[in-house]
Write a protein that binds this ligand. Structure first.
Ligand code: ADP
Ligand code: MG
Length: 255
């Protein structure tokens, strides 16, 4: 579905955030990216959403289509939902208004200045219903709890009718119990709708509990790529430690 070929990102100032990363993401797969702070997780996700251009390497979607071509990027973004760490909702607007913004990708800029069609409202309400917040549709989001706000964020991503959801530490501002609820819920929806998810998490237990696939990054290199069942203390040390030499670490990557 989306392929990264020898992707490297060097930021101005010389930080090499990603070093020749090659990964292939499949439709419907729930992938969790693990790695220490500063290892390159957000950089990888920003490349996957076309927010930053890699310094070297190639991203292709659906086979041979290059992500940096404007038409390809536009279509891809339409079907790619984003869920953010601090949900990035518009505080003074209602849950419904926030979820409706997920429909904007389907309209021209000019059209989006006017109220969206009823069909969009219906989709948005359906999405709120799925996350259990239909009764809060007309409540301003700053009156909702953190967990509820993140569910509105999920509903907004779902309103895009995505094929892929990208999330950067979506539950890092929630307590452990709410985090479990949100990720298990997201996983269930992705499974039901056949949506692929690629998300970074800093909670290893969540990754182990819900991921189909875990990708471990250390200092801009993929050092683990396997199933949740394959990961143990030893691999976690490679992912979170800098003790092993990069070459040794590369051996952990399953081809
Ligand atoms: P993570 O999300 O795993 O914490 P990041 O992708 O944010 O890692 O960062 C990877 C590396 O790139 C870090 O060393 C970070 O300081 C650096 N970095 C991230 N964003 C920028 C930026 N906009 N400009 C310069 N350096 C950056
Ligand atoms: Mg980050």
């Amino acid at each position: 579905m989306i392929q990264l070929e020898r992707l490297s990102v060097t930021y101005p100032g010389g930080v090499q955030a990603l070093q020749s990363v090659s990964l292939n993401f499949n439709p419907g797969q729930f992938t969790v990216i693990l790695g220490a702070s500063g290892s390159g997780k957000s950089t990888l996700l920003r490349c996957l959403n076309g927010l930053i251009q890699p310094t070297a390497g190639l991203i292709t979607v659906e086979g041979e289509r290059k992500l940096n071509e404007p038409k390809v990027l536009h279509q891809y973004r339409q079907r790619t939902g984003m869920i953010f760490q601090h949900h990035q909702l518009i505080a003074r607007q209602t849950a419904l208004q926030n979820v409706l913004t997920g429909r904007l990708a389907y309209h021209s800029t000019l059209r989006s200045f006017f109220p969206l069609p009823k069909a969009d409202k219906y989709i948005a309400l359906e999405c709120l219903d799925r996350v259990g917040l239909l009764s809060k549709a007309l409540v301003r989001v700053d009156n909702l709890s953190g967990g509820q706000q993140q569910r509105v964020g999920i509903a907004r991503a779902l309103a895009q009718q995505p094929r892929l959801i990208i999330a950067d530490e979506p539950v890092s501002s929630l307590d452990p119990a709410s985090s479990h609820k949100i990720i298990s819920f997201l996983r269930q929806i992705c499974q039901e709708d056949g949506i692929a998810a690629i998300m970074s998490l800093h909670q290893v237990d969540l990754a182990k509990a819900y991921a189909d696939r875990i990708v471990g990054i250390s200092q801009g290199n993929v050092v683990f790529d396997g199933s949740a069942a394959d990961i143990d203390e030893y691999q976690l040390n490679y992912i979170y430690d800098t003790l092993g030499k990069p070459k040794e670490r590369q051996k952990m990557v399953k081809k």
